[in-house]
Design a protein around this ligand. Structure first.
Ligand SMILES: [Mg+2]
Length: 275
């Protein structure tokens, strides 16, 4: 598989996201407009999310009955008697940050500009259907772990936001596992740690890395797409993917070489289109 250089990509697109953004010329950020409008206005998006969480509730019923069931590739050994748990990602799986995305389009300034301000407001809404699903899990004595790449420094406003939405949150156990090292986005270790004490029955996320390692997921888009098929037995039974058309590793995977400017990125996007 063609492997990308994740650190280089992170530097350009994430850490120095502002290098690909301009208050004067907003046209680059405006390329996200339809995907953000899809998230914010379409009933199709809302219905799709309700559909996903309804199916996840049904899968949970089956998973709780079957003690040999685990959803985590990291889960090894004898786990039949362990307490059942689910792992949910936070951003765009539980919390809807499309208001932040809207701001980036209107300002012309991309992530991480304004991200800290947005997170500290604790005003994200809940993704459609997640409230009912998480309460269903909680009512069935399933431990809920929120595993997010939000930085540890955002712990307080994140908990505040989850609680404000009335989502189940256990203060007695550390159920919010954040990104401790700015450079480590892989969630494998965190899943492994949870698997030591719990039987992980479902995984839910909006990025491939909410299910598998960054090592496997950080590849060129043509190889990356094959991973959906590789895990075809998992989707809709143990793994549930929330659609996120607004951002993510899927976008970075279209660049085989790092674009050096907005124009070059747009050119790459056009070249990737399959007419
Ligand atoms: Mg996410």
């Amino acid at each position: 598989m063609k492997s990308l250089k994740p650190i280089l990509f992170l530097l350009i697109f994430v850490t120095n996201g502002h290098s690909f953004a301009s208050e004067k010329d907003k046209s680059f950020q405006e390329q996200s407009m339809l995907s953000v409008l899809y998230v914010q206005t379409s009933t199709e998006f809302a219905a799709n999310n309700i559909q996903t969480f309804n199916n996840a509730s049904k899968a949970l019923d089956i998973a709780l009955q079957d003690k040999s069931w685990t959803a985590a590739l990291e889960q090894k050994g004898n786990f039949a008697s362990k307490i059942p748990a689910i792992i949910v990602d936070v951003d765009e799986t539980v919390l809807d940050n499309s208001s932040f995305q809207s701001r980036t389009i209107l300002s012309g300034l991309s992530y991480p500009n304004g991200w800290a301000k947005w997170v500290n407001e604790s005003e994200a809404t809940a993704v459609e259907g997640v409230y009912e699903f998480l309460h269903y899990a909680n009512d069935n004595n399933v431990k809920i772990f929120y595993v997010t790449n939000r930085l540890e420094s955002f712990r307080e406003p994140t908990i505040k936001n989850l609680k404000k939405l009335g989502l189940p949150f256990d203060d007695n156990v550390n159920t919010l596992l954040m990104r401790v090292d700015e450079n480590v986005r892989d969630k494998t270790e965190r899943r492994k740690n949870i698997a030591e004490n719990y039987r992980i029955v479902l995984l839910l996320g909006d990025q491939l890395t909410d299910f598998i390692s960054t090592k496997e997921a950080y590849v060129f888009h043509s190889d990356r797409k094959k991973l959906a098929k590789k895990y075809s037995d998992m989707w809709g039974s143990k793994w549930f993917m929330i659609t996120n058309p607004t951002y993510g590793r899927w976008e970075l995977s279209i660049y085989d070489e790092m674009p050096k400017s907005e124009d070059e990125a747009i050119q790459k996007r056009k070249e990737t289109l399959n007419p």
